[in-house]
Write a new protein. Structure first.
Length: 117
């Protein structure tokens, strides 16, 4: 199990990046710098989130993992929203709402995709 952790983390990051960029494009984010910033923010937050969730999954119950995931995702929505507010040119929607939409999309679709892999 431990030897598969890098695989799970890379897979999760790639799914997150693909889903969030596609959703950002659907939301009419066209500026390449904005799309790059979304990628960079996820390169920062996704591995940290997944490392914590994997640790909780190994040493605690699934219930603890699920509760932690919800709490951490909320925290990440605020962190990413704050960063997006500072760096994105895209101002059509509130940056915190953008972060919420992107994270809900990647969490739900990531869960669905991971259940099939």
């Amino acid at each position: 199990m431990i030897e598969l952790i890098p695989y799970y983390m890379i897979r999760s990051l790639l799914i997150t990046l693909v889903v969030e960029i596609l959703v950002a494009i659907i939301l009419k984010i066209k500026d390449r710098k904005d799309l790059l910033n979304i990628i960079l923010v996820n390169l920062l937050t996704n591995p940290l989130l997944n490392a914590i969730i994997i640790y909780i999954n190994i040493f605690y119950s699934i219930k603890a993992r699920n509760i932690s995931l919800i709490i951490l995702e909320i925290f990440i929505v605020f962190i990413e929203g704050f960063i997006y507010k500072k760096v994105l040119k895209y101002k059509k929607n509130n940056c915190y709402l953008l972060s919420l939409i992107l994270n809900i999309s990647s969490c739900i679709l990531g869960t669905i995709i991971n259940n099939f892999l």
